[in-house]
Design a protein around this ligand. Structure first.
Ligand SMILES: C[S@@+](CC[C@H](N)C(=O)[O-])C[C@H]1O[C@@H](n2cnc3c(N)ncnc32)[C@H](O)[C@@H]1O
Length: 222
């Protein structure tokens, strides 16, 4: 007998990451603010632009910021809708395809053809659909050019106003666990940052609030 459930009726945690994230994007006209993430802004602002890769780029806020600062940028996300929104935003901002391109791909399998001077990965969290996040981060070390950097920014804890019941069972990464996931050869990599940073935000109720970001920045030695 055919399974009578529609996609909407299938519990989220039973969907594939691709199905889950695509439905998250198609449910709303826009999921994220479109603004650059603070940690990336702080870390990348002093750097000389080169080739950048944004892993799990969403609608492309970080990637567009990098491109506007002169980085030749590629954004990759598992959701084709997110990637298309990134392209649309780039067109609206007048950024050329040579400067900013987006690909839909699953980072558990996706690989670039050439290495990057900066690989950034902001908030690659997936819950209740689990992704092989640690394996993805480890693979990302292979995308960094000699002398290049890998930045991993994560939510270190749920904000006070989050739906804690929905997040029950989710193990938030720490800078230490992300660093361990990268499994770096100490002769080939330098750890530049592994720390927690408070960030002031506006809560959904319009009140001032604080969230905690985990930051890991490593550099591949030449
Ligand atoms: C919490 S969002 C963060 C989006 C964006 N980096 C930001 O900071 O706004 C996580 C993103 O990771 C993407 N993602 C989840 N699993 C993925 C995978 N296996 N491969 C590629 N992208 C993935 C999701 O589609 C989503 O856009």
């Amino acid at each position: 007998m055919a399974d009578p459930r529609t996609e909407e009726q299938t519990p989220a945690e039973q969907r594939s990451p691709a199905e889950y994230w695509e439905s998250r994007y198609t449910e709303l006209d826009r999921l994220w603010s479109g603004r650059v993430n603070r940690v990336l802004e702080d870390v990348a602002s002093p750097l000389e632009p080169g080739r950048a890769l944004d892993l799990g780029c969403g609608e492309g806020g970080d990637a567009a910021w990098l491109a506007r600062r002169g980085w030749t940028t590629t954004g990759v996300d598992i959701s084709p809708t997110a990637a298309e929104r990134g392209r649309a935003a780039a067109r609206e901002l007048g950024i050329s395809e040579a400067s900013l391109r987006f690909e839909a791909g699953d980072l558990a399998e996706w690989s670039p053809e050439e290495p990057f001077d900066l690989v950034t990965c902001s908030f690659l969290h997936s819950w209740p659909v689990v992704i092989p996040r640690e394996a993805i981060l480890r693979r990302a070390t292979g995308f960094v050019a000699p002398g290049g950097r890998l930045l991993v920014t994560s939510h270190a804890a749920a904000p006070a106003w989050a739906d804690h019941e929905a997040l029950h069972g989710y193990a938030f990464p720490t800078p230490e666990s992300d660093l361990a996931a990268l499994d770096l050869d100490p002769d080939a990599w330098e750890v530049l940052l592994a720390e927690l940073r408070d960030r002031e935000v506006t809560t959904p109720d319009g009140e001032p609030g604080t969230v905690v970001d985990g930051v890991v920045l490593v550099r591949r030695l030449r």
